[in-house]
Design a protein around this ligand. Structure first.
Ligand code: ZN
Ligand code: FE
Length: 285
């Protein structure tokens, strides 16, 4: 497959990620998750549920690459899982549905902006994707209708543009307070969660993160590792949520060191989060 974009290593490498079960979870079916880089820096994920032979395209920005990858693996796309309405997450909806007859699952709160939506889900819903169950969270902030899918039995979090590795989505349709609450829902998940976000923004995020959390040794080391990975053309996503909790400044607005660094010692987490987000909006690394 031809590289779909300009950054190194994209397009050709489609490695799958093996995900262990969480102990005690039933019913269970182990999702196999495949990363597909498209456009400039988007990731479409294929999530395959082997027990019922289902395959979901998560946030298909485009149709051709996920259709081709599914076919190459002998899978048929049976579902689309959308996190939010932006075109780089839903652009392939209509074409994939026309080609496969798949079922499109998306946010109830944004039903009118999700092309071809069949099943609407929202906060607290359990969505059974075959034998793999997703818990759905409303995570407004980037957009007002953004949701996340948490497959506890597969340690898989599909969070779209809400949480990025070392970053978070821009606040196009929400307030800092909303986004801080949304990120809090995700931060409450286990450290072992695999974060399948929708963009390869990690290196740029790291350059900013070290400016607001300079004393964080875990972050400094991680930023160096990310530079090495990107120089070698290696994708940084997925990452582990436990690492995000220690190093992502947008999950650390209640950390005294971050607050002090942005001049808000003693400030509320929402105030600190708002300041960190604002600084990122204007940051030029
Ligand atoms: Zn978006
Ligand atoms: Fe996006």
């Amino acid at each position: 497959m031809a590289p779909a974009n300009g950054w190194p290593g994209s397009g050709a490498v489609l490695d799958s990620v093996s995900i262990p079960f969480a102990a005690g979870y039933v019913p269970m079916s182990q999702l196999e998750v495949v990363r597909i880089p498209v456009l400039n820096d988007n990731y479409v994920w294929l999530a395959h549920e082997p027990a019922q032979n289902l395959t979901a395209a998560v946030d298909p920005a485009v149709a051709d690459a996920p259709l081709a990858e599914a076919e190459r693996r002998g899978w048929a796309i049976t579902h689309i899982l959308n996190t939010h309405h932006h075109g780089d997450h839903t652009g392939g909806n209509r074409e994939i549905k026309a080609a496969t007859g798949c079922t499109i699952v998306g946010p109830r709160a944004d039903r009118d902006r999700i092309p071809g939506i069949d099943i609407e889900v929202g906060d607290g819903d359990a969505y059974d994707f075959g034998n793999a169950r997703a818990e759905v969270f409303d995570v407004p902030g980037h957009t007002r209708g953004h949701i996340a899918y948490w497959f506890a039995g597969s340690d898989a979090l599909f969070c779209g543009d809400t949480l990025f590795l070392l970053g978070c989505g821009r606040l196009f349709e929400g307030t800092p307070a909303q986004m801080w609450t949304s990120l809090g829902k995700l931060r409450a998940l286990p450290d072992s969660a695999n974060v399948y976000c929708a963009h390869e923004y990690t290196q740029a995020n790291a350059r900013f993160a070290v400016t607001v959390d300079p004393a964080n040794a875990d972050l400094t080391a991680r930023a160096a590792e990310i530079d090495r990975m990107r120089a070698a053309g290696i994708a940084t996503v997925p990452g582990k949520l436990g690492v995000e909790k220690r190093t992502n400044p947008f999950l650390r607005a209640d950390d005294a060191g971050v607050a002090a660094t942005v001049g808000l010692a003693g400030g509320s987490p929402v105030e600190v989060f708002a300041e960190v987000r604002q600084r990122k909006d204007v940051f030029r690394g």
